[in-house]
Design a protein. Structure first.
Length: 536
């Protein structure tokens, strides 16, 4: 349907057609970033799941390859579900994935490249001894999936974890292996949290507390913290938490129980699910991929013939200032798509003002903005009546408070009959300190009626001396936004009908009643990436 082709993205990864979900088995191998993904070759809805496969040299331009793994065995007849890759020191490449069997049991399986000298890793072999792991005693056969990348203990044995649940308690089981063919279930669980339900796509990896480098998955010891991430099947969000891994006790413990996985901090306060990280040994960084589903109707997906994109891969680091948050930032390579940028410096946005920023077309853009709220106004403001401000229950961009909302409107047509806001809202607490929220308001994002128009976001830590800052990647029907250097992020899917191509504009706005803000914005129109079919 041509009417909807403008919703396709210019620089986000997507297959040429059909349904995509989770990122699978990302790795860097012999000069190529490999990306696999849950894919339905037969339609734009979930089903008949295989592993799609693509490669890139830079995370920007991609070549699609033939599907890597298809359901052709009894143990994966219902789908080749999510899994991860592990690079072994001797050069072997291991993939572990969940097969949904002929009886819909979730069984873990081993696959490896048919030819290690092929940098494209086009052909894959399933281990004849599959399945290698079945559900532990007492675990329902449909609650046991998505094996992680393996990490190596100081004893030289490999471990993986697999998500599950028992009753309403989400849990992660750990298995130990020496050869990836036979496994031993370790006693206890790596971690479990009551009330969180099924844990999908568990991720478990080290972060450095004192360097700017990512860490290989097996790194442990001094100066290392371990992050656990779970994808909650019940609420479709990815939660992470920073904590300590005790390799002998086989347990991971969150630093702060209030930030435990499943109840605490999210990677993203919009649409972002079933994410997975890997260690990029080429550049010494950890990279996060997340599945960004549609928030229009299934009917529209079928009409347009595709569903879902992937996030721009994000570099992931521990935020050493808060110790609780991770910093997520689009990989630097994406900046190679920036065209001539335009600066708007020190623009005073009075309370109640909306200011158009003069750039021709912004359906593909990279926007960086900084805000300073008038200090005298902040001092003068009374304690906010609604100390418990919450983006989701707020009135969004149009509900005026003393110190917010203010920020940026993207995918807005010139008359602003459509607009999507990314904004800050500051409350003064009874102790006199400030609390800042970072929100998006999609209520006016589209004239279409069958799309999600929620308002959402989260509290974002703002430390002494920091300016408020945001970065926004706009790409037709996806907006990825990052506040305070990536401490809090919000991804949304929006479907404007008028704010498209050259009618997609950007505005500054300030709907605070009591304060002007000083804004500096830089906008780069973005080139398109080349995402091509292969000759295979
Ligand atoms: C998460 C998930 C995984 C599963 C896969 C199936 O979105 O449900 O748990 O392996 O998708 O496509």
């Amino acid at each position: 349907n041509n009417m909807l082709t403008w919703q396709r993205t210019g620089f986000h990864f997507q297959p040429e057609k059909n349904w995509m979900n989770d990122p699978n088995g990302p790795m860097y191998y012999k000069g190529f970033y490999h990306f696999f993904y849950q894919y339905n070759p037969n339609g734009a809805v979930w089903g008949d799941i295989v592993w799609g496969h693509a490669v890139s040299k830079d995370f920007v331009h991609w070549t699609h390859l033939p599907v890597a793994l298809v359901p052709d065995q009894w143990y994966d007849q219902n789908g080749v579900w999510s899994g991860s890759a592990t690079l072994l020191p001797d050069g072997q490449v291991i993939i572990l994935y969940t097969g949904s069997s002929n009886e819909s049991a979730q069984l873990q399986n081993l696959a490896y490249p048919a030819n290690l000298s092929d940098p494209l890793l086009v052909d894959w072999v399933k281990y004849p001894g599959n399945p290698i792991i079945g559900p532990p005693k007492g675990i329902y056969k449909k609650d046991f999936r998505d094996p992680t990348t393996a990490w190596r203990t100081s004893e030289g044995k490999w471990r993986i974890t697999v998500g599950s649940k028992a009753g309403r308690t989400g849990a992660a089981f750990v298995y130990e292996t020496e050869d990836f063919k036979t496994y031993r279930l370790l006693p206890g669980v790596l971690h479990a949290v009551p009330g969180t339900g099924m844990w999908e796509c568990v991720d478990f990896f080290p972060v450095s507390i004192n360097s700017k480098n990512g860490l290989d998955t097996s790194t442990n010891g001094k100066g290392v913290k371990h992050v656990m991430k779970v994808s909650l099947d019940d609420d479709r969000h990815d939660y992470y938490s920073v904590g300590t891994y005790d390799v002998i006790a086989n347990t991971w413990t969150p630093d702060n129980p209030q930030n435990d996985v499943g109840i605490g901090i999210r990677y993203d306060y919009g649409v972002f699910y079933a994410s997975k990280t890997f260690y990029d040994q080429k550049k010494g960084r950890r990279i996060l991929w997340g599945w960004i589903s549609e928030s229009d109707s299934e009917k529209s997906d079928v009409l347009k013939g595709w569903a879902s994109v992937q996030s721009i891969p994000r570099t992931l680091l521990l935020d050493q200032k808060t110790g609780t948050h991770l910093l997520q930032w689009p990989v630097e390579e994406i900046e190679s798509l920036r065209l001539d940028g335009k600066d708007f410096n020190n623009i005073k946005v009075e309370a109640g003002a909306v200011i158009p920023l003069d750039v021709e077309s912004s359906s593909q853009a990279d926007v960086v903005a900084e805000f300073e709220v008038d200090k005298a106004a902040v001092e003068a403001v009374e304690v906010s009546p609604n100390e418990e401000f919450n983006c989701a229950s707020s009135g969004g961009a149009s509900q005026r408070g003393s110190l917010g909302p203010f920020g940026i409107l993207v995918l807005a047509d010139p008359s602003r009959s459509e607009q999507t806001s990314l904004h800050f809202y500051i409350s003064k607490t009874s102790s006199g300190s400030l609390k800042t929220s970072f929100c998006t308001d999609q209520s006016r994002s589209s004239q279409a009626s069958d799309v999600n128009k929620q308002i959402y976001g989260s509290f974002v830590p703002v430390l002494q001396g920091e300016k408020l800052s945001m970065r926004i990647l706009v790409d037709h029907s996806i907006v990825e936004a990052f506040a305070q250097g990536g401490r809090t992020s919000i991804t949304s899917r929006v479907y404007p009908t008028r704010a498209i191509y050259h009618n997609a504009r950007i505005f500054l706005f300030n709907n605070a009643t009591d304060a002007s803000v000083l804004a500096s914005v830089k906008i780069w129109p973005m080139n398109s990436a080349s995402i091509q079919a292969s000759s295979h």
